[in-house]
Design a binder for this molecule. Structure first.
Ligand SMILES: Nc1ncnc2c1ncn2[C@@H]1O[C@H](COP(=O)(O)OP(=O)(O)OP(=O)(O)O)[C@@H](O)[C@H]1O
Length: 335
């Protein structure tokens, strides 16, 4: 019903009458307008509006059309009810703590619950999402007007875009700060279709990408990852401060590589100590989201581009648990 004239019972005169009673701005939003037995039925686009603005638009249409002598009742249906796309940053202070692995698996686990999820690889210099989501060597297409990239569909029900899909390996190394900011914008502003949640795999630390992200594309929340080592915890705290200063709520802290289960004898050892992240989260009053053990399966799966979270086994379970908490946060603002 994109074209109002598709509606058989609709009279052009009625539509003209309705349009003449409304402002140009509201007319731009009209998808359908008709009057039947004194009842005006309006369908208008409002997917870009806040709840308050939607209510205002509805009230304005009702008031303006209600004032017409030909109209005894006004019914307004606003389309685009779905919520605005949410941007969740996954960050760590220190490199190599498993931030990219967590981003991929959280995205895949969230997608398994029916949400439409995308992953942005914010690691301009060392992109890993093409490998993790098995989209290496795929180039993203552009929209018909050439203005936007189109996010790539990974085999795991998650869309993805990375500088690794666009720039030859090693090329971005020579880029300076402003270029990395622009690159990130290109990825975020791409055509993500009906994606509801975008997870951004941030590079470690508190550098240009993080700053440009906070200033230009403020995330709705941030998940922090740390190993149990003291040093990683201190760095995680630093990354946390960056988000707090930027007024980005910290959704919670994830402990990765917590305890190692020997694949041969099953004995669990704790090369980096255990429980440190949870205690640390408690001390800082940050919610603790869960613990992902160090497993050979996780590392091998990452190398093969087969995220464990796509399965339902023991290796996948921690990712599903953390994804459930993230889903709860998305729905209620608390985990
Ligand atoms: N829970 C885990 N068990 C086993 N291996 C893991 C686990 N988490 C991550 N790894 C492995 O550790 C390495 C580093 O992980 P990853 O690339 O996700 O870290 P990162 O924090 O994103 O690193 P970078 O700082 O390079 O962006 C990878 O080889 C990955 O497969």
């Amino acid at each position: 019903m994109d074209n109002p004239s598709d509606t058989p019972s609709q009279s052009p005169a009625d539509e003209a009458l309705i349009r003449s009673a409304l402002t140009a701005e509201i007319n731009q939003r009209l998808r359908s307008a008709r009057i039947t037995d004194g009842r005006a039925v309006i369908i208008a686009e409002a997917g870009d509006l806040s709840e308050a603005a939607r209510a205002e638009l509805e009230a304005e249409i009702a008031a303006k059309l209600g004032a017409l002598p030909q109209v005894t009742e006004v019914r307004v249906a606003l389309t685009g009810e779905r919520r605005r796309r949410r941007l969740i940053a996954v960050g760590s202070g220190k490199g190599g703590v498993g931030k990219s692995t967590l981003t991929t698996n959280l995205a895949v686990a969230l997608a398994k619950t029916g949400r439409r999820v995308g992953v942005i690889d914010g690691d301009i210099y060392g992109p890993s999402q093409p490998k993790l989501l098995k989209t290496e060597n795929i180039k993203p297409a552009a929209t018909a007007d050439g203005a936007k990239l189109i996010a790539i569909d990974s085999p795991y029900g998650v869309k993805v875009l990375s500088m690794g899909h666009i720039v030859a390996p090693g090329k971005a190394l020579a880029w300076r700060g402003p270029m990395t900011g622009k690159a990130l914008t290109q990825l975020i502003d791409a055509d993500w279709g009906d994606t509801e949640v975008l997870l951004i795999d941030l590079p470690p630390g508190t550098g240009d990408v993080q700053l440009s992200m906070l200033s230009a594309h403020k995330p709705d929340g941030a998940v922090l990852v740390s190993t149990p080592q003291d040093l990683a915890l201190i760095d995680a705290a630093r990354a946390g401060q960056l988000f707090e200063q930027g007024d980005v709520p910290i959704i919670g802290l994830v402990e990765n590589m917590a305890g190692y289960a020997c694949p041969h004898c099953g004995e669990v050892s704790d090369p980096f100590g255990s429980g440190g992240v949870e205690r640390f989260a408690g001390a800082l009053d940050i919610p603790f989201m869960g613990r992902v053990p160090l497993t050979l399966a996780t590392r091998v799966a990452g190398d093969r581009g087969e995220p464990p979270a796509a399965q339902d086994d023991d290796t996948a379970a921690p990712f599903h648990g953390i994804a459930q908490k993230l889903a709860r946060w998305l729905d209620t603002g608390a985990i």
